[in-house]
Write a protein that binds this ligand. Sequence first.
Ligand SMILES: *Cc1c(COP(=O)(O)O)cnc(C)c1O
Length: 603
Amino acid sequence: MDCVRLVNREHRLPHEESLWTKELVWIDHQTQLQPVCARALNAWISACGGEQEVTFVSGWRSYAQQHIIMKETEAERGWDYAHQFVAEVRASEHHTGLAIDLGIAGKDQDLICPDFSGPLAEKMHACAARFGFILRYPKQKTKITGISEEPWHYRYVGPLHAQIMNEKDWVLEEYAEFLRTCSPSHPYLYFDGQQHWALWTQSVSSTVDDGAAGSLLDETTRLIVQALDPAPVAIGKDRAWVELDSAALRHNLITLEKAMSDEQKIMAVLKANAYGHGLAPIAQFLSRQGVDHFAVATMEEAKVIRDLNPNAEILILGYVPACHAQEVSELKLSLTLTSYQQACQLSQTGYPITAHLPVDTGMHRLGEAAQDLDALARYYQLPNIKITGTYSHLYEADNLSPEAQVHTQAQIERFFAAIDGLKHRGIDPGRVHLQGSYGFLNYPELRCDLVRCGIALFGCIADHRSQTKLDLRPVASVHTRIAALRSLKKGEGAGYNHVWSAPQDTTAAILSIGYSDGLLRSSSFQGVEVLIHGQRCPLVGAMCMDQCFVDIGSLPAVIGEEVIVIGTQGTQSISALEIADRTGTIVPETLSLLRGRMPRIFI
Ligand SMILES: *Cc1c(COP(=O)(O)O)cnc(C)c1O
């Protein structure tokens, strides 16, 4: 919560700029923000219904960039102007990634956005504090802030600070001045409607040797925020739940898009309940970000997306029998023609159907052989079936060994030869696509129209399988709570069949998550760990349907405390990749096992 600092102490040296950049997420193609800020911004904009209209003019800037901006402005518009309108190097909140300049899409994107005063702006302004934002330079405070009014310039400070400043009608400088008067012995006590807080400041002067010392809001002061009573349990976060990091998802989408050519588009692969993340929330989020091609495995999944997005292309990758032709046609879904027999049956129903044709380039799963142009060509002649895409699938694009690369290159050549052959016969193959996530990361030079991204969007790429190193962040984390604690004497057994017994006197924590939530029952025999109190602790014994056991030794854990199954706590992280490795499977399986009974909560 201590985010009322203008200069970020941890990232003050130029050589650390690249390090700092890694901790930011892309929120659009130009703008990077701290994840905490990006999440709050996502929530703020969607609550106000401004997804389409709001654009972001700037986010993070390095010290070097700020220096250039300052110098250029001085040269162009004079010293006075520059120092009235441009924040100085090391005094700009842009270095922290916490400032947002907002604009209206399609309007002049100059930093002065005169249009940002319509109904949406008013709506967003009215509830800015609830999402942790303050208006940085209000009109009536220009004397205090020393800079002209900037009605579009918001800054994230966290909901608590924003609420206090809003109630007291303070700008940052006034708030900071007030906080300076609070000390450990005389903290500011505040009730935010749910919880009591104590706030005070402490000097960290001994470690500061910088010119910024002495100014009001800088790294010479540490702000302490202490909760005085336990945080109320948020709705849904009671037994076991999945958190979806909206900032990470947006960041991954933009990172992948930036890595593609302008002509390429993402086809978001959301089969298996969006790889266990939750189909509806993920499809809705991606739709709002402008994704308009989706792929799924079943009719049911396609219908969930169609309900949320009336215009997107939704391709069903799996088998759909002809008896669904009417519904497919009415909902304008795109089918994969999984065999000539199915294609003929679909054609005979008389309903107009849109489809993509798979080409077998070596996986031997679906489609006619790439070399058999006659067999491929006859699909395009079927009445009532309009083929708008032609695709294939790489069967070992995630394998970087030389032999595997030879196989993949052969697949690629067969595919493009088939496409060329079809074109030669005067057939339009429609949109061409070949790569999944690893196909894109390891063969980025291919110029297909669509890239089918599943696991990369969800940020679970194995480094050693990927040649392109993109900064992709995990979207899902899995959380549970301690339901009970048991002291066990050495040799005492716990759980079904006493499969496990305490190797020495210890404490077992009983977690409120089990195999019917989607953890493999075998994982407690395979060294899978969870995070409690920021420490790794092993699952032990036979996992139950809705509960499991952890040996926590002498950790001072308490009932009700949060436990991380997948995700980060303190300095420790457990990834889906780690769990997949330990349980002898692959990440898509680990994630797609996560059951629907766990609430999906966007953070
Ligand atoms: C599942 C699937 C994908 C997505 O694969 P990722 O490796 O998760 O990106 C792409 N194409 C097809 C045909 C698929 O079945």
